[in-house]
Design a protein around this ligand. Sequence first.
Ligand SMILES: [Zn+2]
Length: 308
Amino acid sequence: MEKRVWRRIGLVVATVLVGAAGVAAVGLSPGSIPEESRFGADLGAIRALAVSTGAPLPTALHSQRIARAEGVPSAMVVAGAGLGTHTFDFYAYQLVYEGGRTVLVDAVHDEQTQRDNFPDAQFDAAGFARMQEALRRTDVVTVTHEHFDHCAGIARSPHLEDIARKVAMTEEQLHGPEAVPAGFTPEVLAKLAPLRYERMHLLRPGVVLIKAPGHTPGTQMVYVRLASGREFLLVGDVAWHMDNIRLPRMHPRLVNWLGGEDAEAMAHQLRWLHELQRSAPDVHLVVAHDGEQMREYVRRGLIADGLL
Ligand SMILES: [Zn+2]
């Protein structure tokens, strides 16, 4: 009798272990990337919209690193990437027009938010102060998505009263489940008017927003065309590293599950970006947390280091 009970317990434990191993194996594997993308953004239409007003285009793209988190397991960034670690850098971007008008894209979180979320990460307080000053002076600020590392710098800005009317965040970003953890409390939301558009929107000459829900409901990509003809596509966190697009391979399913992502939508976006790289190599993709890629753009003189 006792033997039979033990055998049964052994069987249950073995089943649980095999089940757990199976879940872990599936969780660590990436969702498949389709051969053909249904994302459906049309580069020709985006390019045409960017220059449609005939108004002067921005003359430069600047970036400023505000924070850095080291030791992110590589296997969580690119599925199957092995046992190494990746570094996540956190940037704010600024487009500068002749005469000094600016557009800001992404407002990195403040130091307190950083301590609450990644206590071991590095924070550049001077860089954050510079971004806040740039926010105070900007014409308009938009964000790639509503995660705190891209927009808490707005919600927790010491200049919120002054900048509220310049905030161009979408309905999905301001009212999605990630907004409150990023600091968009009812009091903050009461000061902001959501931006509403379908598919794509000309924010300013040369700056087109493209809806890309998947990583979050409010994710959008930001296409930029400079007066020189140079083009960029800020893809936010649709990819965490350029390898996600280059291979193309997503982060593991576990991250999709924990992050509440629409993995299928992201897979179609990654395929679209992968094909775009081949069909339009002049469009420089900018992956939000890929510091290696940013340093290379700065080295080549394509992006200026530091906000004005
Ligand atoms: Zn992010």
